[in-house]
Design a protein around this ligand. Structure first.
Ligand SMILES: Nc1ncnc2c1ncn2[C@@H]1O[C@H](COP(=O)(O)OP(=O)(O)OP(=O)(O)O)[C@@H](O)[C@H]1O
Ligand SMILES: O=P(O)(O)O[C@H]1[C@H](OP(=O)(O)O)[C@@H](OP(=O)(O)O)[C@@H](O)[C@@H](O)[C@@H]1OP(=O)(O)O
Ligand SMILES: [Mg+2]
Ligand SMILES: [Mg+2]
Length: 338
């Protein structure tokens, strides 16, 4: 007789459990359910992560979106990065009915990052400035509709060209990553709202990606858009489109760079920024793109924040991530015994 799908899954899981070191079969395993796109599963769930996790007693189990979430598991942690209202509702309901499970992260908090205005609002409100530096967001305005009005609106708001035009919605779709650089005021009419118009900040062509996993922070350098000089601006006109520019950007960690451009932002400044963002956004898994204004030592701008970014590109992510997952279950255990 053919085995039921559930039975096969149960058997596979039992076999997986048996492949764990014996000490871990006896002590409690941390079961992490994941709901990720196939692209994300490939980049995140690399064999080196799964191997280390196994040694530490962590088991990753794929969530079947065609079956009720409550019938699966039991999970200690749910990791997810999928879009859609329906999925969000499923997760919110699951959080209510399964308070013992840590859902990374709450869907309502992630929603905050799906709009490029609300995404940076926390940073703007923070007014972070101390002896290590100053963190701002570029001046920007939201255009909801009517492209023909943009030149006027930009003039009135006093924004300085060139401007980066970014789709207002940042939901991870290919379209949400289609950016443009506008050199002159009249070409702005060619843009397609709803969008955010952000002042382009010269930063020496290098940006810093700050990856956050709970309390841990890792910073890497990436090549970015080159500076735009006054001469470039007077010579060029029009709108230059650059789809998925950030994904194509190579690592700049080993490049021979001007030390003033390459110097990482001060660690204490990033720690303060990360701590505030973690608290205010209510998120534990995100990264931010931060740039240093060219010609300054300590003026920084946050230009982008992403939920559950490409951790596969973060150095030592397998150690950092597994330690983080373990720390979550330990703190839950501590809370319970208190
Ligand atoms: N205000 C700005 N000033 C200078 N360069 C910028 C600015 N905004 C964006 N850029 C450049 O454009 C790139 C893409 O912008 P941004 O990071 O906002 O887009 P994204 O599609 O959300 O990227 P990601 O793939 O990281 O989610 C940046 O990595 C940077 O090189
Ligand atoms: O493509 P990668 O895995 O590297 O990760 C990228 C991730 O794509 P994915 O979540 O679809 O995989 C993007 O998410 P969406 O905005 O498209 O949702 C965004 O977070 C990028 O910033 C990540 O690149 P990183 O900033 O880490 O370099
Ligand atoms: Mg970015
Ligand atoms: Mg982004």
């Amino acid at each position: 007789m053919r085995m039921m799908k559930e039975e096969i899954e149960e058997q596979t899981r039992e076999e997986e459990l048996l492949s764990f070191p014996q000490t871990q079969q006896q002590s409690k395993l941390v079961v992490v359910g994941y709901a990720l796109t196939s692209k994300k599963t490939k980049s995140f769930l690399q064999p080196k992560l799964e191997g280390l996790a196994r040694n530490k007693g962590i088991l990753f189990v794929a969530i079947d979106q065609n079956r009720p979430l409550s019938d699966q598991g039991p999970f200690d942690i749910v990791l997810h990065k999928l879009t859609g209202k329906e999925w969000r509702q499923i997760l919110e309901e699951y959080r209510q009915t399964h308070p013992e499970v840590t859902v990374l992260d709450p869907p309502y908090a992630i929603q905050h990052l799906h709009n490029r205005q609300s995404m940076l609002q926390c940073v703007a409100d923070m007014n972070l400035s101390n002896s290590y530096g100053k963190v701002d967001v570029p001046r920007q305005l939201v255009i909801e509709r009517d492209a023909s009005s943009i030149p006027d609106v930009v003039l009135k708001a006093g924004l300085t060209l060139p401007l980066v035009a970014k789709p207002l919605v940042a939901d991870g779709s290919a379209k949400s990553h289609e950016l443009s650089l506008a050199y002159d005021q009249y070409s702005l009419k060619k843009l397609e709202p709803p969008l955010v118009l952000q002042e382009f900040v010269n930063h020496g062509g290098v940006l810093f990606k700050v990856y956050i996993v709970g309390e841990a922070i890792k910073v890497v350098r990436r090549f970015s858009l080159p500076d735009v000089t006054k001469q470039d601006l007077s010579r060029s006109a029009g709108v230059f489109r650059f789809p998925r520019v950030s994904c194509a950007a190579a690592s700049a960690d080993d490049a021979d760079l001007d030390p003033c451009v390459a110097e990482l932002p001060p660690r204490p400044l990033l720690e303060r920024l990360a701590k505030e963002l973690r608290r205010q956004l209510g998120l534990r898994l995100f990264n931010l793109d931060i740039i240093r204004e060219h010609g300054t030592r300590d003026q920084f701008y946050v230009i982008d924040i992403n939920y559950f970014p490409g951790y596969g590109k973060m150095p030592e992510y397998e150690h950092i991530f597994t330690d983080f997952l373990l720390s979550l279950t330990q703190s839950r255990y501590k809370k319970k015994s208190c």
